[in-house]
Design a protein around this ligand. Structure first.
Ligand SMILES: O=P(O)(O)OC[C@@H](O)[C@@H](O)c1c[nH]c2ccccc12
Length: 260
């Protein structure tokens, strides 16, 4: 079994258990649930840097990245650096994250927050809103076309932006639909962990202009961004390059300063 299949199998168990313990009404009646959200796709359209910075303690490809930071400090640092939004990993088993991280980040900042999760059920979308997210990630490799449609339409009805992630042409063809806001090309193959920015370049011309294009993973230099911009990318999702340092906010700030 490849790692993605393993993650999804574990996620199904986790979500089944949670659904048996937490009634949907508890999520829908939470104070967070009725708040106004902020749009990441609009922030990216109006930004010159386009940086989305991620909070990621560890990953199956890198194991430990940084366990010693406080998520609120990271969020505040990223916001002060002038990033467009923040991605918060909420998967516990493989990435060391949690929904508490999302709540804490929400309490610290106003900028758009993405729940970075392997979403396989509507419940997780309600949960995202109830824990302060503005945006959800949907991963084409683990969803059917029908699921992408149902999940993205539910997210839109809750005022959440949708970032749909693809890694190849077939996933892209299956996924294009009006209920998405952003199309993300993951430069990392989630099955093999191989990273290549060429993936973003190759798929860019197949993404219709109405979607904000986001390039995800393996970005660690100003040159990479300059290389990708001519292909129409307006968003750049960066995790490890910032998180591996003692002060991710300061490294994001330095990165953005060098860009302009
Ligand atoms: O740390 P990096 O290489 O900058 O990558 C960030 C982000 O793109 C990556 O964490 C990611 C992209 N898609 C995902 C889906 C699930 C978990 C994680 C991811």
């Amino acid at each position: 079994m490849n790692i993605l299949d393993k993650i999804v199998a574990d996620k199904r168990k986790e979500v089944d258990l949670k659904k048996s313990l937490i009634p949907v009404s508890q999520l829908e009646n939470s104070v967070m649930f009725s708040r106004n959200t902020v749009s990441l796709s609009n922030a990216l359209r109006n930004s010159s840097s386009g940086i989305i910075a991620e909070h990621k303690r560890r990953s199956p490809s890198k194991s430990e990245i940084n366990q010693g930071l406080n998520v609120q400090d990271v969020a505040t640092g990223y916001e002060n650096a002038g990033v467009c939004g923040m991605s918060v990993l909420t998967d516990g088993k493989y990435f060391g994250g949690s929904l508490d991280d999302l709540i804490l980040a929400r309490a610290a900042v106003q900028m758009p927050l993405l729940r970075k999760e392997f979403i396989i059920n509507e419940f997780q979308i309600l949960e995202a809103k109830a824990h302060g997210a503005d945006v959800i990630l949907l991963i084409a490799a683990i969803l059917s076309k029908e699921e992408i449609k149902t999940f993205s339409e539910l997210a839109k009805s809750l005022g959440l932006d949708v970032l749909l992630e693809v890694h190849n042409e077939a996933e892209l063809h299956k996924s294009i639909m009006p209920s998405l806001d952003m199309l993300g090309v993951n430069n990392r193959n989630l099955k093999t962990f191989e990273v290549s920015l060429e993936t973003s370049k190759a798929l860019s011309r197949l993404i219709p202009d109405e979607f904000v294009k986001v390039s995800e993973s393996g970005i660690s230099s100003i040159e990479a961004i300059k290389d990708l911009k001519p292909y129409g990318y307006q968003g750049f999702l960066i995790g490890e390059n910032f998180m591996k340092t003692d002060n991710p906010g300061a490294s994001a700030k330095e990165f953005i300063n060098q860009l302009s």
